[in-house]
Design a protein around this ligand. Structure first.
Ligand code: ADP
Length: 269
């Protein structure tokens, strides 16, 4: 129970009235406990296989006879497993998503970051998946792409958008990621020639659990990625937008404010 007391004093006489507000918060507290418990189990159970994956990849990388291509692939496996391990740790942190009910921590560590290497890594990690289904993934950047971000979270944004673009594009299609400065913003767009989204579905794709009929026919998914993506972008004072033509393709655009000292210096890097 949550109890709030308020003292009400009437000026007409000396009587004092105390108002007690009693709320039954059992359901809210229970839901919160369930969330925390689920996250604790998920985080705990995932730690073991992830540690095995990291250890195995590290061991493999010690093999000097390995070809450069194989080294690159094991390195990607290692990086992805380490990122996953970090995510499971964040699930239980003091300001974690699970505790606050939001995905993004109240105080994520932000610093001025060059977005180019993050984009390069993100795109590189989905090139292979694209190649396997005959979808060409490309990246073009122009100028210095600095923004004040939590690099780990922004990587999650790019990963979600690039992996969706690859997932919802059929053989022979393309995914073009481009990034540059537009006035005081850094603008990153992920354009695909995939299944597209019908106009009536466009406003709903950022809603948790919503999946279009075309998406359900094309690939598996949870419908949670875009909601998380939008929340991270908003936490960075940015904007996520989407344009699409059904059957032709989709463009997701992320707009992030450039750091104040980088303003007005478009194209100088
Ligand atoms: P998931 O991919 O797991 O379904 P998301 O939250 O990432 O979940 O996306 C929600 C929905 O938005 C998808 O199910 C799909 O209907 C639509 N969508 C997202 N990205 C694209 C895309 N690049 N092309 C077409 N539809 C997309």
């Amino acid at each position: 129970l949550s109890v709030t007391a308020k003292r009400l004093r009437s000026s007409a006489h000396e009587d004092e009235t105390i108002l007690l507000l009693v709320h039954d918060v059992t359901a809210v507290v229970q839901a919160q406990r369930d969330r925390e418990r689920l996250a604790a189990i998920a985080s705990h159970e995932l730690r073991h296989p992830l540690t095995v994956m990291i250890g195995t990849a590290e061991l493999a990388l010690e093999d000097e006879a390995m070809s450069p291509k194989a080294v690159e692939r094991f390195q990607k496996l290692l990086d992805a497993s380490e990122r996953m391990l970090e995510m499971t740790q964040q699930m239980l942190g003091p300001r974690s998503a699970v505790r606050s009910g939001t995905v993004v921590e109240d105080a994520c560590p932000r610093e001025e970051t060059d977005l180019t290497p993050i984009l390069v890594d993100s795109v590189a990690s989905y090139e292979q998946a694209g190649h396997a289904k005959d979808v060409r993934v490309s990246l073009s950047t122009s100028g210095r792409l600095a923004a004040v971000v939590d690099g780990f979270r922004i990587r999650q944004v790019f990963d979600n958008l690039v992996s969706n673009a690859v997932k919802y594009t059929r053989a022979g299609g393309t995914v073009d990621v481009s990034a540059g400065r537009e006035g005081d913003d850094v603008v990153i767009s992920i354009a695909d020639t995939g299944i597209g989204i019908a106009p009536e579905d466009l406003p709903r794709v950022l809603t948790p659990y919503f999946r279009t009929a075309e998406a359900k026919k094309t690939a598996g998914g949870t419908g949670l990625g875009l909601g998380i993506t939008q929340e991270i972008v908003h936490a960075h004072d940015g904007v996520l937008s989407v344009d699409s033509v059904l059957g032709e393709g989709t463009v997701f655009t992320v707009r992030l404010p450039a750091p104040t000292d980088a303003r007005g210096s478009e194209g100088t890097a």
